[in-house]
Each structure stands twice: as structure tokens, then as C-alpha cells.
Design a protein. Structure first.
Length: 277
């Protein structure tokens, strides 16, 4: 089973990096978000009340400026978008007959969703790393805001960041791969993806601080899995609990529970879809 899984992972990754347009998008899409959204928006002014100066760390989860706040949130978005493409690629494999060949091949059927989840995770982690490196490099460009790490940021903190992103990536990929196996129509799949993506994106603290949300939206955002991820990551990057919604341990527990639920649901849905043929 391991050998077959690795073979399918390698196939998917080769198909990905051999397409120049996709490699270009890996770098240009985060760059556009960081430049046009992160640099253009000055949400920090919204946090100032009258003539009084508010400690922006209380608003931006420990960050001293909006760009640093948003750059961490952007990594979670990368995981979200890369995950839904894993479901779309399953649909394309069915359309061109490759999925049918896998279903009759002498391999465990669990290899099909497992390999796609793993390849999606590799691609999304690479893109998230690109976002972090680009955001940090902006510090060197005069006139631009950049992601500023705490001086005490170390290897253990980097592992913590990776753990949060891996848990989010696995959970979302498991769900979207299962949907790709179940849904046989592109329009229906894209409709389901949009139905799930936009609430996850805009009811989290990835782009908008919870402190600036209305009360009803704040309540939803506090239990959004993306909020758990970015809240924990910001505490690791900025080495402070000022402005945090939870402790790092609670954030890790929250995304861990969500990941377990999504993996279980994805496994159940994928099994039914593969048995149906």
C-alpha cells in the first residue's frame, strides 16, 4: 500500500511541476495578495478610537501592523484553496478515465484518496512557505511593510507553524477529496466548494481582526477552525499572547478535533463513493 501511495503522489506532483503555468501561479498569486491586499489596506486606522492611541497588538493578535497580521492569515488561505483543488483534480481524473483505471487496478482503494491528500499537502505547504518568505522579505524593501518575526523565534516555533498548517491541510483535503469522489458534475462541485470556502474565509480572523467584527460574527469566528490555526501561529511568530483569543494549546486542540472529524467524515464519504464505483 505504501509503494502504491508513493507512486500516485509522485504522479500527481510530476503533473503539477511539469506545468509551467502552475509553478508561476505558486509565486505570483501570493505576491499579488501580499502586495495589493496587504500593502493597500490600512485597517490599523480603524482600530484607533478618536484621538486615543490603541495598542495595535491587542487588535492584530500580537502583530504591530496589519500586514504582519494578514500575512499569517494568508498561509491559511493557501491551505484552503490548495485543498479544494485536490477535489477538482479527482473530478478531472474521472472525466479522462484515469480514476476508473485506478478503481479496477490491483491496489487498495484507500490509496486513491490518501495519495491525493498527501500530494495536496505537499503543494500547499510549499506555497505557504513561499508566502512567509515573500512577506518577510518585504522588510528589506523601502516603503513596504513586511512580516516581522519575534527575535526569539526559533526552530521549535517553526515546527509549531508547520503542525498547525499540516492539520488544517489534511482536514480540508480529506473533505474536498471525498467530495470530488462523490460529486460527478463540475458545476455541482464548484457550487459546494464556494458554499464551504467563503464562510470559512470570511468568518475567521485570517484577514479581519475579531475585535473589529460585530458581536454575532465574532461568536462564529471564535469557533472557526481557521481562527484556531492563525491565532496559534501568530502567538508563535510574535512570541506574545497579547491580543490572542486562546492559548496555543487550546488552538492546537481545536484544530486537532476539527482535523479528526474531517478525516473521519472524509474516510466515510470516500469509502462509500469508491464502493459505488
Amino acid at each position: 500500500m505504501i509503494r502504491e501511495t508513493i507512486a500516485l503522489i509522485a504522479r500527481d506532483l510530476k503533473r503539477w511541476y511539469r506545468t509551467p503555468a502552475q509553478i508561476i501561479l505558486v509565486f505570483t498569486t501570493p505576491l499579488m495578495w501580499l502586495l495589493l491586499f496587504g500593502q493597500a489596506f490600512n485597517i490599523g486606522r480603524l482600530a484607533q478610537i478618536g484621538d486615543t492611541m490603541t495598542d495595535l497588538r491587542l487588535v492584530f493578535g500580537g502583530a504591530t501592523d496589519y500586514f504582519s497580521f494578514m500575512a499569517i492569515g494568508q498561509t491559511a488561505f493557501i491551505m484552503l484553496f490548495a485543498s479544494f483543488f485536490s477535489g477538482v483534480s479527482i473530478l478531472w481524473d474521472r472525466k479522462f478515465g484515469f480514476l476508473s483505471k485506478l478503481q479496477v487496478a490491483p491496489i487498495p482503494r484507500a490509496v486513491i484518496p490518501l495519495s491525493r491528500i498527501a500530494s495536496s499537502l505537499v503543494k500547499s505547504m510549499l506555497q505557504a512557505a513561499v508566502v512567509i518568505v515573500l512577506a518577510a522579505s518585504f522588510v528589506l524593501v523601502p516603503g513596504l511593510s513586511g512580516l516581522r518575526f519575534s527575535p526569539s523565534f526559533g526552530f521549535a516555533d517553526a515546527l509549531g507553524l508547520a503542525l498547525f498548517l499540516v492539520l488544517l491541510g489534511i482536514s480540508l483535503s480529506a473533505l474536498f477529496v471525498a467530495l470530488g469522489l462523490i460529486v460527478r458534475n463540475e458545476e455541482t462541485l464548484f457550487g459546494l466548494i464556494n458554499l464551504l470556502n467563503f464562510p470559512l474565509m470570511f468568518t475567521s480572523s485570517a484577514l479581519i481582526p475579531i475585535a473589529l467584527m460585530p458581536d454575532w460574527l465574532r461568536t462564529i469566528a471564535l469557533y472557526n477552525p481557521i481562527t484556531f490555526v492563525v491565532d496559534g501561529m501568530r502567538q508563535l511568530v510574535f512570541d506574545t499572547s497579547v491580543g490572542a483569543e486562546y492559548t496555543v494549546a487550546v488552538d492546537l486542540l481545536g484544530i486537532g478535533i476539527f482535523s479528526a472529524l474531517m478525516i473521519g467524515l472524509g474516510a466515510l464519504l470516500a469509502r462509500r463513493a469508491l464502493l459505488r464505483g
